[in-house]
Design a protein around this ligand. Structure first.
Ligand SMILES: Cc1ncc(COP(=O)(O)O)c(C=O)c1O
Length: 419
């Protein structure tokens, strides 16, 4: 494994991290796009991968490829070990027990698992599901499907003008009928970091089950799920330096035991007879079929990588980059940022007067700059702002101050072309 440019440890932020060396761990960041050095500012969409992760996936297929939990041969044992090792590493990374972690394809699957297996059998007409205005579609649509089938209703907590959650409204809306609160830890559009620990504590006092969408938190800050005190925590591997098609759902043991399987098939059973099937214990009973074994070998390596870097270091680095980006963008005339909550993550959604978001993003691509434009899988949030699309620049620790300057220079140039 190539070593990131930092001493191992999850400890305090370490000013001595060699960020240039860290960046050199990411082969893709060396490429050019349209003859220009790539500036990749789309990490909220998917993160880039260090060589260690790419090598772990490659190494799995070159040396260990076999199915998990089925074969007694050596390769089968190695593949199973790599898969289970990823579970243990992820559990340690977020401070939970490995047997409470269901490995799956990502946040979307994880939230659907809670929706179909926990909520669908329990909710009924008159119950409410509480969401926030800033949720990603993956944390809206599954609940709408549950609501349609159970007669439960969806309630929405709105935002304050800076894009932070209206916590007073949240408290008022936590009424007796509310059975479940589903909330993003960090918004993928605004960068708002929700005080999930306090919120989950309040919800628990009122008997409300909490589902936290950690997709945009885990890649960017230390996360202690046990300390948050939620019931479910969902996340995705590809945003945290891991391969696509990987992720997990953490759930309290009592929920996992009470929940019926969501998808049936091999691996999730102990015995199958035509007169009845005995399911495996959780978390296996939720992991039917052949998983993305190579992907989890890669995700295990991603956790090693991030731990060696230190998530405090990652957070500090990204906050420094964000401060620089904010400063540079403030100098661009006619630019409006959507989401300015204090302590926000390094995600900046913006519009420039007189320019359509897609036009800006397309012209920036010609300059080698990759940002996202559109609705960011958050239609209700953009409806609240009364706009059709934004540009979104989202940073990661492997970005540089020089890239921020190149991005803002390119933005000025293309804005000039759009008149
Ligand atoms: C906040 C948030 N939730 C959920 C998702 C969905 O993740 P995935 O597509 O990996 O399942 C994303 C991805 O953009 C996200 O940003």
């Amino acid at each position: 494994m190539s070593q990131p440019g930092a001493a191992p440890g999850q400890g305090r932020a370490d000013a001595a991290v060699d960020w240039a060396r860290v960046r050199s761990d990411f082969p893709l960041l060396r490429r050019e796009v349209n003859g220009k050095p790539l500036v990749y500012f789309d990490s909220a969409n998917t993160g880039q991968k260090p060589a260690a992760v790419i090598e772990a996936v490659d190494g799995f297929y070159r040396r260990h490829n076999a199915n998990v939990s089925r074969a007694v041969h050596t390769l089968g044992g190695e593949a199973t070990e790599l898969y289970e090792d990823a579970r243990r590493k992820l559990a340690r990374f977020i401070n939970v027990r490995p047997d409470e972690l269901v490995l799956c394809s990502g946040t979307t699957f994880a939230i659907n698992l809670v929706a179909y297996s926990w909520a669908l059998p329990r909710l009924k007409a008159g119950d409410a599901i509480l969401l926030t205005r800033m949720e990603h579609h993956a944390n809206i649509v599954p609940w709408q499907l549950v609501a349609q089938r159970t007669g439960a209703r969806i309630e929405v907590v709105e935002l304050l003008p800076d894009g932070s959650l209206d916590l007073d409204m949240l408290r008022v809306k936590m009424t007796a009928g509310v059975k479940l609160l589903a909330i993003a830890h960090v918004s993928n559009v605004l960068g708002t970091v929700n005080p999930v620990r306090e919120i989950c504590h309040e919800a628990r006092k009122r008997g409300i089950v909490t589902v936290v969408d950690g997709s945009q938190a885990l890649p960017h800050r230390p996360v202690d799920v046990a300390a948050i005190g939620c019931d479910f925590y969902a996340f995705t591997g590809h945003k945290m330096c891991g391969p696509t098609g990987t992720g997990a759902l953490w759930a309290r043991r009592e929920h996992l035991e009470a929940m019926p399987p969501f998808i049936g098939g091999g691996e999730m059973i102990r015995e199958v007879r035509f007169d009845g099937t005995v399911f495996n214990d959780a978390p296996r009973k939720f992991e039917a079929g052949t998983p993305n074994i190579a992907g989890f070998a890669g995700l295990g390596a991603a956790v090693d990588y991030l731990e060696a870097l230190g998530m405090d270091n990652v957070e500090t680095r990204e906050q420094e980059l964000l401060a620089h980006l904010d400063e540079e963008l403030a100098k661009v005339e006619g630019l409006r940022v959507y989401g300015t909550a204090p302590g926000k993550a390094a995600v900046v959604s913006f519009l420039v007067e007189g320019a359509h978001a897609h036009d800006l993003a397309t012209l920036l691509d010609i300059e080698g700059v990759a940002i996202r434009s559109g609705q960011h899988c958050a239609h209700p949030l953009l409806q609240w702002f009364g706009i059709g699309a934004t540009c979104r620049a989202s940073l990661a620790f492997y970005n540089t101050h020089e890239e921020i300057e190149a991005f803002v220079a390119a933005l000025r140039k293309v804005r000039g072309l759009l008149g």
